[in-house]
Design a protein around this ligand. Structure first.
Ligand SMILES: NC(=O)c1ccc[n+]([C@@H]2O[C@H](COP(=O)([O-])OP(=O)(O)OC[C@H]3O[C@@H](n4cnc5c(N)ncnc54)[C@H](OP(=O)(O)O)[C@@H]3O)[C@@H](O)[C@H]2O)c1
Length: 266
């Protein structure tokens, strides 16, 4: 096998699907993971349309044995993994004190443990290869918590901590580890938010800083092999990262305006 190989979780839709297509366009063989096999097959067909190989691997990232099986099947088929994109995830919209224990544990199982299992499974392979790049998808909400996003935000902060630690641990082996922090991105994410309301989505859209998923995908592909600790997208995302570092109190004030908009009656 001469082509490079990218494994992408959450490849059945949104950012993951666009990232898979972008890697396929660059000639990578792609391994597509998510729960909806029919969607994965459609994405695989499109990838093959670019003249590359595509392996469909139905996977629930919350199950460690399934993530191990995903990585094993990629190795069986292609004998190497050059890129791992730990992208699968979803949101919960609820105030912290109204978030159930079950909601909190479930979102950690998928968003955080899914990333952890992916990192754990590919690290020994990339160490052996002495090359590789892991992209862990966090969020701008992983840089600064926002109202109604406590559970989601906690998973994305956790991903950043894990990624920072791993980046240094993997550096002696020339393996890169990058934390990707997209801002508001146009995908089906909003349809799958646990507890989300359409009003919240329109409030987000009012921030006018929404980007297409293909934009995030292109940035990821362009970053392969580069020593980028973190990637923040969209003007809104960059602004949030900057002011939260400079002035947490000013950021609280702006977040309060946002909170009031979310909670005001129609
Ligand atoms: N959209 C945004 O504004 C935004 C902003 C910042 C960060 N992000 C992050 O970007 C990532 C991708 O989200 P998206 O916007 O592309 O949303 P999306 O269109 O809803 O895609 C989510 C993907 O994750 C997969 N997934 C969910 N639960 C899974 C599980 N248990 N096992 C395996 N796959 C699972 C879904 O596939 P199946 O349902 O087929 O399993 C789907 O492919 C997420 O981590 C999200 O937090 C999104």
């Amino acid at each position: 096998m001469s082509s490079k190989v990218a494994v992408i979780t959450g490849a059945s839709a949104g950012i993951g699907m666009e990232t898979a297509l972008a890697f396929a366009r660059r000639g990578y063989a792609v391994v597509l993971a998510a729960r909806r096999e029919d969607r994965l097959r459609q994405v695989a067909e499109k990838c093959r349309g670019y003249g590359t190989e595509a392996l469909v691997a139905p996977t629930d990232v919350a199950q460690e044995e399934q993530v191990d099986a995903l990585v094993e099947s990629a190795m069986e088929q292609f004998r190497r993994i050059d890129v791992m994109v730990n992208n699968a995830g979803y949101g919960v919209h609820a105030r912290v004190h109204e978030t159930s224990d079950e909601q909190m544990r479930r979102i950690f199982d998928v968003n955080y443990f899914g990333v952890f299992y992916g990192c754990k499974a590919v690290a020994p392979i990339m160490i052996r290869q002495r090359s590789g790049h892991i992209f862990n998808i966090s969020s701008v909400i992983g840089r600064r918590g926002s109202p109604f996003n406590g559970a989601y935000s906690a998973t994305k902060f956790a991903i950043r901590g894990l990624t920072e630690s791993m980046r240094v641990e993997m550096s002696p082996y020339d393996v890169r580890v990058t934390c990707v922090c997209p801002g508001l991105t146009e995908t089906d994410f909003w349809r799958h938010v646990d507890g989300g309301k359409p009003k919240m989505q329109s409030s987000f859209k009012a921030l006018r800083s929404i980007q297409p998923a293909s934009h995030v995908a292109r940035k990821i592909v362009a970053a392969v092999g580069k020593n980028k600790p973190e990637m923040v997208f969209t003007p809104g995302g960059k602004f949030l990262a900057l002011i939260s570092a400079l002035s947490p109190r000013l950021t609280d004030y702006l977040m309060r305006l946002y909170h009031d908009e979310l909670t005001k009656s129609p």
